[in-house]
Design a protein. Structure first.
Length: 363
């Protein structure tokens, strides 16, 4: 999962010291501490979830509705540690360690690994920001900005089977400084295969122009298979995303387009998909936000199309804690089998409905 992490966090500061020896040690350490900072941050999200037309337990054949307590509908639960050190002359060293988990079970997202979302180190200064390690894929943060739901369980990720929010291992990325609101980012994920620079690798570029009342974004991403090709539409493919937002007083409008291509797919397998979406957020009061979104995808090779519609509300009890409630439906036609929520099991040509409500807390 690739949801936007909270920037609300608390700093970790050394405890007070006592005794002459500790005071002397603290005096020597003070200059470094004054130039460095470490922050612990995170989010815990959990709620009640209902989905219709779900697969039955093993050994049974009848499908039906399912109620559950789930994490990550509104946003990914996560825990992170990040820090910076001032190196002088406007240059800073930085790092970020971040893992995602399911608050309803405590299991790390993906089931394995310590830092499942980010584990990078880098440098930042007037010439831009360089990072190396593991990070969310180049489209993950930009698509969050273009999605009316903020990449909830019903979002742009649903109708591309999560293609637009993975992570990138073995990556190097560079982001330019802002030039009047314009920034560019490039990322390469090394495939690390002997004899080939491209096999299993990933490349991407992201362009953004952000102003106070509108923003425009374009992202192009290449994810290659172990042979260096583009063989599966929702895993190893070429991806183009363009979109923007417009804010008019308390109303924020969203529109976007995503194209996926897998030119090396097996004969008869889907090799092209186009998704469009529109949506809006409306701030009724400082505490209450309403949202609505509509998404539609069309897939070639007689797969067909699907539409996802959702409406919801966020109620902020504070800057760190909110209540949310959302409902939606996916309408499949032809042989399309999209689920109403990402990661679910859809059925060819059949529809599903969903409802979830819960609490999300930032720290």
């Amino acid at each position: 999962m690739n949801k936007k992490p909270s920037r609300i966090a608390r700093s970790v500061r050394p405890a007070s010291v006592a005794g002459a020896a500790l005071l002397i040690a603290g005096a020597f350490a003070a200059p470094a501490q004054a130039q460095s900072s470490i922050t612990i941050y995170g989010r815990i999200d959990a709620g009640i979830n209902y989905q219709s037309n779900q697969a039955p337990p093993a050994g049974q054949t009848n499908r039906g509705s399912k109620w559950s307590v789930d994490g990550n509908e509104w946003g990914t639960s996560m825990f992170g540690i990040k820090g910076t050190e001032d190196l002088g002359g406007g240059l800073k060293a930085l790092f970020d360690l971040e893992t995602g988990f399911d608050a309803s079970t405590g299991i790390v997202n993906g089931g394995t690994g310590l830092w499942t979302r980010r584990s990078y180190v880098g440098l930042s200064g007037s010439a831009g920001t360089l990072k190396m390690g593991k990070d969310l894929a180049i489209q993950s943060d930009p698509i969050w900005s273009l999605d009316p739901t903020g990449q909830q369980a019903m979002s742009t990720a649903t109708l591309v089977k999560e293609r637009n929010w993975p992570q990138t291992n073995n990556m190097v990325s560079y982001e330019t400084p802002s030039f009047g609101g314009f920034t560019a980012t490039g990322m390469h994920g090394f495939g690390e295969q002997a004899g080939s620079f491209t096999n299993g690798s990933r490349d991407g570029v992201s362009l953004a122009y952000v102003q106070p009342v509108y923003e425009l974004r374009a992202i192009y991403d290449l994810q290659r298979d172990t042979n260096g090709g583009y063989s599966t539409l929702y895993n190893n493919s070429k991806e183009l995303i363009v979109g923007g937002t417009l804010t008019i007083d308390k109303l924020k409008l969203f529109a976007g387009y995503e194209n996926l291509r897998a030119p090396d797919a097996l004969a008869g397998a889907p090799s092209r998909a186009n998704m469009y979406w529109v949506g809006a957020n409306y701030l009724v009061s400082p505490e209450l936000q309403l949202l609505a979104a509509a998404y539609h995808t069309q897939v070639n090779q007689n797969v067909g199309g699907a539409s996802l519609y959702m409406i919801g509300a966020n109620y902020y009890l504070s800057k760190r804690t909110l209540l949310y409630v959302d409902t939606g439906t996916v309408r499949n036609n032809g042989n399309s089998d999209f689920a109403v929520e990402y990661g679910g099991g859809g059925i060819k040509g059949q529809n599903q409905n969903a409802f979830y409500a819960g609490v999300s807390h930032l720290f």
